[in-house]
Design a protein around this ligand. Structure first.
Ligand code: AMP
Length: 590
């Protein structure tokens, strides 16, 4: 059976791991990087570029480059490129497709199963959208798991004794904090909180704002007017931020940044860690709220914590580490690479799932029967009289789970009820997110308060919710599996899968055509070299070879590397073969 890969599908970067000899191992991408930017670019010729190359081209192709698509998962946003509209799932699938292909070429075997991680704060619609993205990319998603849970699992391997652990995960675009309990062979998430609109990008933006306002003050030039200049500043800001994690001062140097009627503008500026800390102080402080929240939810003092784990690239920022230390009173553990441990945890889970553990619990042979449980990130309720949200499942309930409650009718002789399923912590239904609704009809006519309607919520191990309403009088029942209206229908997913497969075939064909073209170019060059050095062939043979070279060169001249077609490549291959056989008569002197 094929290997299961663990994918940390991040807002800014993604990472893939696989189990090798019982240990999780990071799979480098085709460019050699251990993480892959979650960036998709559409070249003018329709080619899709994903990862490092897409990130590199964004400065010159900004309106056709898609960043941080994870923020839009589960939303109804559509991305329009060349008259075609893409869902966030389809864009995410392009990233997943690259990760899968890179994993396949690294492992030398087909990869079609994965465990994918999402922030603990993700709603059902966002989880479902992530699962759909996996399917579109040709992956069977065995499980969607929370990122902090995966990290805890990766760390949990070495810890046998009972302990409570805080996982502080500050990535590129999301912040998650989770309280994990390890002990008695069980890893349990006791509480989660966070902010899925806070991450390293915000820190970059603070540097960008600072650089731009300083530049405006000193040079009287507004860099925001120039998209390409702005992107270069943003890139440089992120680099500066990284450098400030290990250095006390860094320089931003951007020559030829912008051109206007007054000439060319260059940028040179220094930023100290003290300035950076001042610019980002409130962002770091903002993470305290969710940390305190999980402790309150679990009714625990900081002193109950045995360990604090740092996850996510942004936890390399010294001020973040200092704050966590100050707030929790613990020195955070960093034995695993913060960018990689989530994918490693996912790979560990993948192996256990593929070994066939059931019931939503993961049994690790490496950790001697460690069981991992997830929790619901938000409460689930239904709307009742007066627009009240009546909770059926509380947030932070371990999943899979099933809860039932009996309701009745509010009006006399009411024969149907509308069930509105809500997600969120607010008292009134209108303030929570409506996940879906359905009607149970055929209720026996009776006075208000007489019919008994049992509403059951079931959440499977992936966090997918099924709601059933049953009239206990008639046995009549109705159910829905929540898939938000913003998510894709089965038909749309199938179409997108087909598109992705076609694109993959087209991409392969294009690569092969380009390779043929490159080989033909080299062949022309090598044959000309051989012709000039040959002393044995007669004039006539040489003339014939020269003619063949000229044919091939002409055919090459008619093609463009960016848009070479299969027919053109076939013609080049045919001419190359002819030339090769003719050129075999040459015996160039060394
Ligand atoms: P992740 O999503 O975990 O890959 O985290 C990505 C975020 O971490 C991005 O915003 C990066 O800029 C940030 N990051 C990576 N390395 C560092 C570093 N050495 N110092 C500060 N931030 C970093």
């Amino acid at each position: 059976m094929s290997k299961v890969i663990g994918i940390d599908l991040g807002t800014t970067n993604s990472c893939v791991a696989v189990m090798e000899n019982g240990e999780p191992m990071i799979i480098p991408n085709s460019e050699g990087g251990r993480t892959t930017p979650s960036v998709v670019g559409f070249a003018k010729d329709g080619e899709r570029i994903v990862g490092e190359a897409a990130k590199r081209q964004q400065a010159v192709n900004s309106d056709r480059t898609i960043l941080s698509i994870k923020r839009d998962m589960g939303s109804d946003r559509r991305i329009r490129i060349d008259g075609k509209s893409y869902t966030p799932q389809e864009i995410s699938a392009m990233i997943l497709q690259k990760l899968r292909r890179d994993a396949e070429s690294y492992l030398g075997e087909k990869v079609d199963r994965a465990v994918i991680t999402v922030p603990a704060y993700f709603t059902d619609a966002q989880r479902q959208a992530t699962k759909d993205a996996g399917r579109i990319a040709g992956l069977e998603v065995l499980r969607i798991i929370n990122e902090p849970t995966a990290a805890a699992f990766a760390y949990g391997l070495d810890h046998g004794q009972a302990q409570k652990i805080l996982v502080y995960d500050l990535g590129g675009g999301t912040f998650d904090v989770s309280l994990i309990e390890i002990g008695d062979g069980v890893i349990e998430v006791l509480a989660t909180s966070g902010d899925n609109h806070l991450g390293g990008d915000d820190f970059d933006e603070r540097i960008v704002d600072y650089v731009i306002s300083e530049y405006k003050k000193n040079e009287k030039v507004d860099l925001r007017r120039d998209t390409a200049a702005l992107l270069r500043v943003r890139e440089a800001a992120e680099k500066a931020k990284r450098e400030l994690s290990t250095q006390l001062k860094t320089d931003i140097v951007l020559p030829f940044l912008m051109q206007d009627k007054n000439g060319t503008h260059h940028l040179e500026m220094s930023i100290t860690r003290a300035i950076f800390d001042e610019l980002t102080h409130d962002l770091v402080e903002r993470t305290c709220g969710p940390v305190n929240q999980v402790m309150t939810d679990a009714a625990l003092q900081m002193s109950a914590l045995s360990q604090v784990l740092l996850v996510g690239g942004s936890t390399r920022i010294p001020a973040v580490q200092e704050m966590v230390k100050r707030l929790t009173g613990k020195i955070p553990a960093k034995t695993l690479n913060p960018d990689e441990c989530v994918a490693m945890g996912a790979a560990l889970q993948g192996e256990k799932l593929s070994a066939g553990s059931g019931n939503g619990m993961v049994v690790s042979s490496a950790a001697q029967n460690v069981i991992l449980m997830d929790v619901t990130p938000l409460s689930l309720s239904i709307e009742t009289v007066g627009g009240i949200s009546t909770k059926i499942i509380d947030r932070n309930t371990t999943i899979p789970t099933r809860h039932s409650q009996i309701f009745t009718t509010a009006a006399p002789f009411q024969t149907s009820v509308d069930i509105k399923v809500l997600q969120g912590e607010r008292h009134f239904a209108r303030d929570n997110k409506l996940l879906g609704n359905f009607r149970l009809s055929g209720i026996r006519r009776a006075m208000a308060g007489v019919p008994q309607i049992e509403v059951t919520f079931e959440i499977d191990a992936n966090g997918i919710v099924k709601v059933t309403a049953k009239d206990l009088g008639t046995g009549n029942q109705q159910a829905i599996t929540i898939s938000s209206t913003t998510n894709m229908s089965e038909d749309e997913i199938r179409r997108a899968m087909e598109d992705a497969r076609q694109y993959e075939a087209w991409d392969r064909e294009r690569k092969e055509a380009l390779e043929t073209r490159n080989e033909a170019e080299s062949l022309v060059f090598e044959t000309e070299q051989a012709l000039s050095k040959d002393k044995t062939c007669d004039k006539e043979t040489k003339k014939q070879i020269k003619e063949q070279v000229s044919h091939l060169r002409k055919a090459l001249g008619k093609t463009k590397p960016d848009s070479i077609t299969k027919t053109e490549a076939d013609e080049l291959a045919r001419l190359s073969e002819q030339l090769k056989s003719a050129a075999s008569a040459l015996h160039p002197e060394p």
